[in-house]
Design a protein around this ligand. Structure first.
Ligand code: NAD
Length: 467
């Protein structure tokens, strides 16, 4: 598939204006109209599955199983869930009023925000562009979609397919890179939903501040996996290897590094080695189930992390092949806390393993660093698991598995602190793109004079009594 031309930067203000006119005209005011667009998006994903799988294969050598489960299928589940629950989500929520406000009734009425901007990264280029769109459309917003230029085949597919299925007055795709995103950020939106790295997250938030536009920032960071001495090591190793080497490690919630109880370190290393072998065979390069690094820049960055040392040995993997952007599943043993690989989010198929004396040391290690997007704990003891959950902070936690928390429709997905702000998926996605408007309804009769001047002392006494 060829790169589709980005709309000229000069046309961006007109695109946003058109979406605002459609919003103001109430084109997505009814539940029916929102469901109509969601069904069209559903049709697109079903009818264009092959085209989308091919685009993701071109960008990341994504195996169809991974591209379906973590991208197309995940968005389809989001759509199904939204279609099923939209009536309930849109219904005003009655709340109690205190006696002093009676007679009267109060409710929270969800209303759309207006015109929203969704900026997506390259690693899950279908899911991370379209799953936020499900929430935005369900809540009744018009949207500009900005796919990542780093996954050009998928960006081109979106630019071609979305106008064929969705109403162009409601959803527009703007392809391109920094120049186009900068031009978009100069416009006034009613919400900006950004997924990507924290450096650009700051640029987005600064631009949004000029218009007092609220933002959702879905960022990354180093997500730890804690392995206790009583964990089922074989299962733990398989789940860690799966979560880490899925999409060649280019997953925001991939276990970034492992903190293992020193007493089971060797056992875990052996089990990781077996798991990698079972998954990808003797030669992962020839496995069709293993992806590629997105571009040479990232391949160089990852290779430099390996070259910088700070670890005792390579249990498996190591250097790859720049020409094909292949980097093997790599497990590092005896990693020092100050190794280069521990400085920044790895975002590639390198798994550093660090030994700790006990769970408390692991908890301290995690708490000494930025709050992660995900935290994994492997243990057969509920007490250990609960201790880790209570004493650490993370966007989300998965116990005895990796990555799967992202797929649970009604679990909000988002970060905390340096890993982001705000969340989406299921009802959380609808809420992110809605304003919960407070409405108090009062009858005109009776009309007691208690609140009105002149403020007699009996009124003051009465107010004090009821508040
Ligand atoms: P990226 O390079 O594709 O950038 C994301 C978007 O930002 C793109 O659309 C790009 O055009 C735009 N952009 C880039 N530079 C810009 C600039 N200077 N000004 C304005 N816009 C700009 O993706 P990335 O940042 O490399 O993505 C990887 C990061 O995203 C990792 O940190 C990962 O953990 C994080 N991530 C988070 C989630 C999540 O859901 N929390 C999901 C995936 C990735």
């Amino acid at each position: 598939m060829t790169d589709s031309p980005a709309p000229a930067v000069e046309s961006i203000p007109f695109i946003v204006e058109l979406l605002r006119e459609s919003y103001d005209a109430g084109r997505l005011r009814t539940i029916d109209s929102r469901q109509g667009q969601l069904r069209q998006l559903q049709r697109m994903l079903i009818e264009q599955e092959e085209a989308l799988l091919a685009a993701m294969a071109a960008d990341l050598a994504k195996p169809p199983m991974e591209a379906y489960a973590a991208e197309i299928g995940l968005v389809l589940s989001e759509i199904k869930h939204a279609l099923k629950n939209l009536d309930a989500w849109c219904a005003p929520e009655r709340v109690k009023v205190q006696i002093s406000f009676k007679p009267g009734s109060a409710e929270i009425v969800p209303e759309p925000l207006g015109v929203v901007l969704i900026i997506a990264p390259w690693n899950y280029p279908t899911q991370l562009l379209l799953a936020p769109l499900v929430g935005a459309l369900a809540a009744g917003n018009t949207a500009v979609l900005k796919p990542s230029e780093v996954a050009p085949a998928t960006a081109a597919a979106m630019a071609k397919l979305i106008p064929q299925y969705l109403d162009e007055r409601l959803v527009r795709v703007v392809t391109g890179g920094v120049e186009e995103t900068t031009a978009l950020l100069a416009e006034k939106f009613d919400h900006i939903f950004y997924t990507g790295n924290g450096t650009v997250g700051r640029i987005v938030m600064t631009a949004a501040a000029k218009n007092l536009t609220a933002v959702t920032l879905e960022l990354g960071g180093k997500s730890p996996a804690i392995v206790a001495a009583d964990a089922d090591i074989d299962v733990t190793a398989r789940r860690l290897a799966w979560g880490k080497f899925l999409n060649a490690g280019q997953t925001c919630v991939a276990p970034d590094y492992v903190l293992v109880d020193a007493t089971v370190e060797d056992k875990l290393m052996g089990a990781l080695l077996r798991a990698v072998h079972d998954f990808y065979g003797d030669d992962p390069k020839s496995s069709t189930d293993y992806g590629r690094i997105v571009n040479e820049r990232h391949w160089d960055r990852l290779t430099a992390l390996l070259d910088a040392g700070g670890y005792d040995s390579t249990v498996c993997g190591g250097h790859g092949d720049r020409a094909t952007k292949f980097l093997p599943p790599t497990v590092l043993a005896g990693v020092k806390a100050d190794a280069a690989v521990m400085h920044e989010e790895i975002f590639g198929p390198i798994l550093p393993v660090l030994a700790v004396d006990d769970i408390d040391e692991a908890i301290r290690f995690v708490n000494d660093r930025d709050k992660p997007l995900a935290l994994y704990v492997f243990s057969s003891s509920d007490d250990t698991v609960d201790r880790v959950i209570e004493r650490t902070s993370a966007g989300g936690v998965c116990v005895n598995h990796a990555v799967l928390q992202v797929g649970v429709g009604e679990l909000p997905f988002g970060g905390v602190g340096a890993s982001g702000m705000g969340s989406y998926h299921g009802k959380a996605g609808f809420d992110t793109f809605s304003h919960r408007k407070s409405v108090l309804r009062k009858p005109t009769k009776p009309d007691p004079s208690i609140l009105y001047p002149p403020y007699k002392s009996w009124k003051y006494r009465l107010v004090r009594r009821f508040m």
